[in-house]
Design a protein around this ligand. Structure first.
Ligand SMILES: *Cc1c(COP(=O)(O)O)cnc(C)c1O
Length: 371
């Protein structure tokens, strides 16, 4: 079986370093925040080419606390896309703000700037573009629209560590960005973790309080905060992995180039890498109108697949209360019906990719004959 991702292969490749870092944290009993998390914050801010980074306990909370620090709350509207993981919208909802959706560009799967502008009302306070699958949203027009309307921009960069747009890193363009270190993400912890980054020192101070009971100094609680601190063990593991993230990203990009060559001329709808962006291929999503059958047949051929994501968020029961209807975001709905994620991870081998590509191309040929 060609696995969809292979976390064990990655662990085996750096086991001595990870084990030593974990043992040291255990010996030091630096379990919550501590020196490893502080070191990671400095490194990650540099990596994102921005000023500050605040380590928290999930990507969802990185987005949530970032929005809170920027002053988003009840009475505000925040615009995001319906073709994403539910956390992009949940984080907005937690603040008390109203979630507003706008459609995606069908080619890059990211926010359509024209749809964004059309969704703005006098209550709109912020926008959350999602850098889906590892490719950044079209940030220049999004930032221009945000500036014109006085909106805060929070990048959902959970899938896009190290991605670039016109030479600028994910996390360095918006007012803030939220990253996830969920184990399956491009930079994965040994559990749950996340990071908010921003160039603003005042919001950084607020973020540090929000994640740690609303206090900068122990027991001097200035606001009602949360227990959303990053664990020391996650900081230690992530510091080790920071030494490898660029190599892994290049391995993902090389694997995507290999898929592109294998699929050349086959008619398979492969993901487009926009010329002005560095795609980091968190997910390698092709499209097919015959998805259900392809999934079964690929499984029978020994190829694991995923769907990111099978339902546009406005079609989910959880968001019924927002009052959206089927057909309102046609590009997002079509993407949800057609996307199919193929195995993609830094350690994938050319042989594994050939098995995947041959199985997919056989299905593509069948589908074309049927059509
Ligand atoms: C994973 C993910 C999140 C949430 O991150 P967690 O660490 O799982 O809380 C948010 N947005 C997107 C697009 C994601 O893929």
């Amino acid at each position: 079986m060609v696995p969809f991702v292979d976390l064990k292969a990655q662990y085996r490749s750096i086991k001595p370093e990870i084990d030593a870092a974990v043992m040291k944290t255990l010996e030091d009993c630096a379990f919550v925040l501590g020196p490893e998390v502080a070191a990671l914050e400095n490194r990650f801010a540099d990596y994102c080419e921005t000023g500050f980074a605040v380590g928290v306990n999930s990507g969802t909370n990185a987005l949530y606390l970032g929005l809170l620090a920027a002053g988003i709350g009840e009475g505000d509207e925040v615009i995001t896309v319906p073709h994403t993981f539910i956390a992009s919208a949940s984080a907005i909802h937690y603040t008390g703000a109203k979630v507003v959706f706008c459609d995606i560009d069908p080619v890059t799967f990211t926010m359509d700037p024209e749809a964004l502008e059309a969704a703005i009302t006098p209550r709109t306070k912020a926008v959350v573009p999602v850098h889906l699958y590892g490719q950044m949203a079209d940030m220049d027009p999004i930032m221009a629209i945000a500036k014109k309307h006085g909106l805060i921009v929070m990048e959902d960069a959970a899938q896009s560590h190290g991605a670039e747009y016109r030479g600028r890193r994910a996390g360095s363009i918006g007012d803030l960005a939220g990253f996830s270190f969920y184990p399956g993400k491009n930079l994965g912890a040994a559990g749950e973790a996340g990071m908010t980054v921003t160039a603003r020192e005042d919001w950084t101070r607020k973020l540090r309080m929000l994640r740690d009971w609303g206090a900068e100094e122990k027991y001097h609680h200035e606001i009602i905060g949360y227990n959303m601190r990053m664990e020391g063990l996650q900081g230690a593991v992530l510091n080790v992995k920071m030494d490898h993230i660029e190599r892994w990203t290049e391995a993902r990009r090389a694997a995507a180039a290999r898929y592109r060559n294998l699929f050349a001329g086959s008619g398979v709808q492969i993901p487009l890498e926009a010329e002005d962006r560095r795609h980091v291929y968190h997910v390698y999503a092709i499209r097919t109108p015959d998805r259900a059958r392809w999934i079964d047949e690929l499984k029978a051929a020994g190829v694991a697949t995923g769907i990111h994501y099978p339902f546009a968020l406005h079609r989910l029961k959880a968001f019924d209360f927002l009052g959206y209807r089927e057909g309102q975001f046609p590009h997002a709905e079509k993407a949800a019906a057609e996307v199919l994620s193929l195995p993609m991870f830094p350690e994938i081998t050319p042989d594994q990719q050939e098995i995947v590509a041959n199985a997919v191309m056989r299905l593509q040929a069948d589908t074309e004959i049927d059509a």
